[in-house]
Design a protein around this ligand. Sequence first.
Ligand SMILES: [Zn+2]
Length: 360
Amino acid sequence: MNSTRINREQNITPRAAARYWQATLARDSRADGTFVLAVRSTHIYCRPSCPARRPLRRNVIFFRTREEAEQHGYRPCLRCRPNEISAQVALVQRAAQHLAQSSEDGSSLRDLARMLGAAQATLRRAFMRVTEMKPRELAGALRLKRFKALMRSGKSITDALYETGYGSSSRVYERSNAQLGMTPATYRKGGLGMKLEYTIATSRLGKVLVGATQRGVSAVYLGDTETSLIAELRKEYPRAEVAPAPHSFERWVKEIMLRIDGKQPHFELPLDLQATAFQQRVWKELQRIPRGRTRSYSQVARSLGQPKAVRAVARACATNPVSVVVPCHRVIREDGALAGYRWGLSRKEQLLARERAAAD
Ligand SMILES: [Zn+2]
């Protein structure tokens, strides 16, 4: 297969390929994130700005995203690390998460920078680079209730900006998406920019994997073997940096063990979840079900004020990443049958039985 043909399959026009090649020759860091170049002779792919020697043009294939390059069997270059997101994108993402969660109406760039531990100028530059917004526009957006509401509802920052009329030219929109290396819909998925550490404990229900970021617990999985749980975690967060951390959040693990034993929790566990607004509402509602008690999917839907959303509630339960902490095991079918459980029905049964015994 020659490179022209492969590039045509990636929907990269000859003109775009020529532009990419120019950026590659110039090691233009502004093009980072808009495409990667794969080298056929080495099976490695790079960012445009990679400091390594330039390959021969005839050995180069371009891909829009690193995922595509990897699907074609290329491995990330160890020098330019094209599989890691740039510090600027990571900073903007952290800022976006913070904005989405904070309840104040008007955070200034200065407050935001202080909160993130970044210099104001650094934050401003990162925003300019990623969203192409001038500081004044950015400040305006930050003050906008609607912008914040969109962020809270799970929109990506570029989507939220677009929908509130900032950066509304499609060129800006496309460019910022390209720089994030993915489409807006997947922006929050996959744990991009997340640093996830995990530890595995042994409980009465078998192995328990607890995954957490600095901010809170992101995963509680139950299973038979460590390897299957770790594989599950990597599948759930394919873009996150995942590493073992045997002792760093022992307090949280102990707290989770209490709940597995059906006992009274000692404290509210901080959670760091990637979720849509609806999932968040369902998961909060589940946390209101008392220990040892159950609700049906339609009861949960009704208490959310959306009686018709039974299937969506069931889906939100099935996708709950923090089992036990968000007690999706307390939701059962209308007729009292246990319905499904991601970690096996017998675990659901045991959890409920132990909770009932401990709550009596
Ligand atoms: Zn490289």
